[in-house]
Ligand binder design. Structure first.
Ligand code: HEM
Length: 406
């Protein structure tokens, strides 16, 4: 096994070109040990096979550390302000049966048929955002398009009034850097404001639109469907957070991938029916969510040739699984016709992304509408203009400056 102590998965340089580091991970795999900010020493599964087993073997690997004998999280939660502590009460933090109960309440709202019905609404939001760019020579697509589209869509789904969008953007602005304890602490006041807002808005008469998910969940809770007010707020925060940040970085990463691979871009222009395959390849090649939340070994176990103790922490490094040469031919190549494409960008197992249909549709619509409006769009010439954030687990552009006119 090669040395992995100096593996860097945080810096802007890593995010700009992760492939050399991912190759080193594979050389050291199938699981590597890294010291991560905030969480400390963690095992990372880095092959397609090891990530899949880690996320699917729920008997051996639990999501809730309490199910692996660890009381640390429960102790930390007792010390946090209640407003922050309640955020742990969502489906992503639990194992079955709590996980199934919570996910069951929103599953239907994210099924293909329900999401398909949102297509006209999403296209209309995309067009409205692009109207603002009409006539301009240049734009930063990050600030002017990629952030606003997923935010507006998830707010519309949840039934959060449009007049409040600008406030969320300001409150959550501090969460752009999560790579250090200081940055996370600095972001807490904004998070607390959002949680308080969501609590207020989700109460009867609090302002949530009657046709949205917030009102539906509130009615389910009132109808005795085993959902406490804290769980309701935590669920909305999860949907609100997971629904925008991830999709923003998929859309921006996809635009950058197409702008830097002219042959793929012109192929998509010639063969527009490839849009769905193109989005899948963007999910794989960009890997906007690079790693999952941690899992905890429920027992002492020898796995992937290593001894793990009950309570040991492991996570799936999806970005590495997505370029595993045992699974993908020529894995570094960006190929919009790649088939099959069994990427793990949405995870797998019980916690497989709830919003995958929505994210796919939003991204396809974003790419179609953007290029329909600005077919000659290209990156601004200054190479230093593209910058990546220093972040753990999310591949996030700071800005995406483009020339809109040919
Ligand atoms: C490109 C966009 C997206 C990516 C790459 C992505 C990725 C992921 C991944 C990897 C997981 C599993 C995490 C783990 O196992 O630890 C996950 C779970 C989840 N995602 Fe997404 N996601 C995206 C968009 C969305 C959207 C639009 C929503 C909608 C609100 C959403 C809601 C969720 C929820 C609720 C979970 C937890 C599911 C559960 O615990 O059962 N995601 N996502």
């Amino acid at each position: 096994m090669s040395d992995t102590r100096d593996l860097d998965i945080l810096s802007a340089a890593f995010h700009a070109n992760p492939f050399p580091t991912l190759d080193r991970m594979h050389a050291a795999g199938p699981v590597v040990r890294l010291k991560l900010p905030i969480v400390g020493w963690t095992w990372l599964a880095v092959t397609h096979d090891s990530c899949t087993v880690l996320l699917k073997d729920h008997q051996t690997f639990a999501r809730d550390p309490a199910n692996a004998g660890s009381r640390t999280q429960a102790r930390i939660l007792r010390f946090l302000p209640r407003t922050i502590g309640l955020l742990a009460l969502n489906m992503l933090g639990f194992d079955d049966p709590e996980h199934r109960r919570l996910r069951g309440l929103v599953d239907q709202a994210f099924q293909r048929r329900t999401i398909e019905a949102l297509r006209p609404m999403i296209a209309e939001i995309a067009d409205r955002l692009l109207d603002r760019l009409q006539g301009r020579a240049e734009a930063d697509l990050m600030a002017d398009f990629c952030r606003d589209l997923p935010l507006s869509v998830i707010c519309a789904m949840l039934g959060l009034p449009e007049r409040d969008h600008a406030r969320f953007r300001n409150w959550l602005g501090g969460l752009k850097d999560t790579a250090s304890v200081g940055a996370v602490i600095g972001a807490l006041p904004g998070v607390i404001r959002v949680v308080r807002y969501l609590r207020r808005v989700s109460r009867p008469g609090g302002g949530a639109l009657p046709e949205g998910l917030v009102a539906a969940l509130r009615d389910a809770a009132a109808g005795g469907q085993m959902l406490s007010e804290d769980e309701l707020v935590s669920m909305i925060f999860l949907l609100f957070g997971a629904g925008q940040e991830t999709t923003t970085h998929l859309i921006s990463g996809a635009i950058l991938a197409l702008l830097t691979h002219e042959n793929q871009r012109s192929r998509l222009a010639r063969e527009p029916d490839r849009i769905a395959d193109c989005v899948e390849e963007c999910l794989r090649w960009v890997s906007p969510v690079q790693m999952t939340k941690p899992r905890f070994a429920t027992r002492d176990v020898v796995w992937q040739g290593r001894q793990f103790r009950r309570g040991d922490m492991l996570a799936a490094f999806l970005a590495a699984a997505n370029v595993d040469s045992a699974k993908f031919v020529n894995p570094h190549a960006f190929d919009i016709a790649r088939y099959p494409n069994p990427h793990l960008s949405f995870g797998t197992g019980a916690h497989f992304c709830l919003g995958f249909e929505l994210a796919r549709m939003e991204t396809a619509i974003a790419l179609e509408r953007l290029w329909a409006r600005f077919p000659g769009m290209r990156l601004v010439e200054d190479k230093g203009a593209i910058a990546w954030r220093r972040r753990l687990g999310i591949r996030a552009l700071v800005r995406l400056p483009v020339r809109l006119a040919a």
